[in-house]
Ligand binder design. Structure first.
Ligand code: NAD
Length: 351
C-alpha cells in the first residue's frame, strides 16, 4: 500500500427522497434565522417551492446565479444579502447556484445550506472558481465548503436529458482525475470507481426511463461520490482545460467537460490506474469507453458545436500554459493543441 494522507471534510450530508423537509431543522441546528435563497432565473419557481419548507426563516431570494460565478453577480448577491439582513444562505440548484452560495458565504462568513439539483458535485468541495476579466481563478479553502448538503433525488427528476448526461460526465471527470491524482488515497480511489459505476449503470436505465426513481437515486449517489473525490484531491490537465474553455471562451461547463474528458483520458493513458473506468463502463480503453458512453447517450462530442473554433485553439493553449496544473503525464503546448484539435472535431480517441 502506498503512503497517503486522508483528511475527511467537515460537512453534514442528508441523502434520500423527500429530504427537503429537513431544511427547516437543519437551519435550526445551524442557528440560522434569516435565510437568503439563491437560484438561477430558470429555477426561481422550483427554488421558491422548495424554500417553502423553511418559509418562516426565508427573508428573500436572489435568482441571478449564472455559470462560472462572475464576480459582478456575486457583488449583486452580496447587496441582496445585506438588504435582507440574512444570516444564512440556502442555495437550490446546480453548480452555478451552489458556486454563488459559496462565494457569498465565504465573503460574509455565514452558513450555507446547499440543495443540489444537478450532478456537478460542487456542494461537496471546498473549491471556488470565480470569473473576472475573462479569466477563471480557482481557490481551495475549508471555509468554502457548505455546512449542510441536502440531496433530494426528487429534485433531479426535472433535470433535462441533455443536462443529465453532460452533468453526469462532468461528475465522472472528477472521479477520473481522482484516480490518478498525485494526492489520491484509497478512500477516494474506492469512491471514484463506485461513482463511475453508479453513473454507468443508471444512465443506461435513464436513457429510456428518465423518471426511474432508483436509477435517479443511483445517479445522485454517483454525484455525491464523484463530488467527494473532487473535494478531497487535486485535479489535473482535464480540469485545467475546462476552466480555460469556460472562463476565457464562456463555453458551457458540463458540455465542455463531456467533450474534453475522453481526449485527456486517452492522452494520459495510465492504463493501470484507469482500469476502474473499463471495469465500470466496459471496453478496454478508458478514453474510448467515455467517448462511447457519451455518444450512446446523445451527448455533444465536439467543441465546434459548443461555439469553439479552430482560430481559438492557439489562444486557449497559451492561457492553459500560463499556470499549468500538475498532470501525471508531462505535457507541452503542442499536446494541448493536439487534444483541442481532436476535441474540436469530435474524433474518437485512440486510447
Ligand atoms: P448550472 O448550475 O449552470 O445549471 C445549468 C442549467 O440547468 C441552469 O439553468 C439550471 O437552473 C438548470 N438546472 C439545474 N438543475 C436543474 C433541475 N433539476 N431541473 C431543471 N433545471 C435545472 O450547471 P452545472 O453543470 O450544474 O454547474 C456548472 C457550474 O458549477 C460551473 O460554474 C462550474 O464551474 C461549477 N462547478 C463548480 C465545482 C466546484 O467544486 N467548485 C464543481 C463542479 C461545477
Amino acid at each position: 500500500m502506498r503512503a497517503f494522507t486522508y483528511e475527511p471534510q467537515k460537512s453534514r450530508v442528508l441523502f434520500g427522497s423527500g429530504t427537503i423537509t429537513e431544511i427547516e431543522s437543519e437551519a435550526e441546528q445551524l442557528g440560522v434565522k434569516r435565510l437568503l435563497v439563491l437560484a438561477t432565473p430558470e429555477q426561481a419557481d422550483q427554488a421558491g417551492q422548495v424554500a417553502q419548507q423553511a418559509e418562516k426563516r426565508v427573508v428573500g431570494m436572489f435568482a441571478g446565479a449564472t455559470m462560472h460565478t462572475p464576480t459582478d453577480v456575486t457583488e449583486k448577491a452580496m447587496t441582496s444579502l445585506k438588504q435582507h439582513d440574512a444570516d444564512g444562505i440556502l442555495a437550490i440548484g446546480g453548480g452555478s447556484t451552489i458556486g454563488l452560495g459559496k462565494a457569498i458565504s465565504v465573503r460574509a462568513g455565514l452558513p450555507h445550506i446547499a440543495v443540489p439539483t444537478s450532478y456537478a458535485g460542487s456542494e461537496m468541495t471546498p473549491i471556488l472558481g470565480e470569473t473576472a476579466d475573462g479569466k477563471k481563478l480557482t481557490r481551495r479553502d475549508p471555509s468554502i465548503l457548505p455546512a449542510t448538503v441536502i440531496y433530494d433525488v426528487d429534485l433531479t427528476l426535472s433535470l433535462p436529458w441533455s443536462m443529465t448526461v453532460t452533468s453526469a460526465m462532468n461528475a465522472m471527470a472528477h472521479a477520473v482525475e481522482a484516480l490518478y491524482a498525485k494526492d489520491r488515497n484509497p478512500v477516494v480511489e474506492t469512491l471514484a470507481e463506485r461513482g463511475i459505476r453508479a453513473f454507468g449503470t443508471s444512465l443506461c436505465v435513464l436513457k429510456s426511463a428518465p423518471d426511474d426513481p432508483d436509477a435517479r437515486s443511483d445517479a445522485f449517489f454517483g454525484a455525491w461520490a464523484c463530488g467527494t473525490c473532487l473535494g478531497q484531491v487535486s485535479m489535473a490537465l482535464h480540469h485545467k482545460l475546462c476552466h480555460v474553455l469556460g472562463g476565457t471562451f464562456d463555453l458551457p461547463h458540463a458540455a465542455t467537460h463531456t467533450v474534453i474528458l475522453p481526449h485527456v483520458t486517452a492522452f494520459n493513458g495510465m492504463d493501470g490506474q484507469l482500469a476502474a473506468i473499463n471495469r465500470s463502463l466496459g471496453g478496454s480503453k478508458p478514453g474510448q469507453a467515455l467517448f462511447d458512453l457519451a455518444a450512446d447517450l446523445g451527448a455533444p462530442l465536439n467543441l465546434a458545436d459548443l461555439g469553439f473554433s479552430q482560430g481559438d485553439i492557439a489562444h486557449a493553449a497559451d492561457v492553459a500554459m500560463e499556470s499549468p496544473y500538475w498532470n501525471p503525464r508531462p505535457f507541452r503546448r503542442s499536446d494541448i493543441i493536439a487534444i483541442l484539435n481532436a476535441a474540436l472535431h469530435g474524433e474518437r480517441p485512440v486510447g
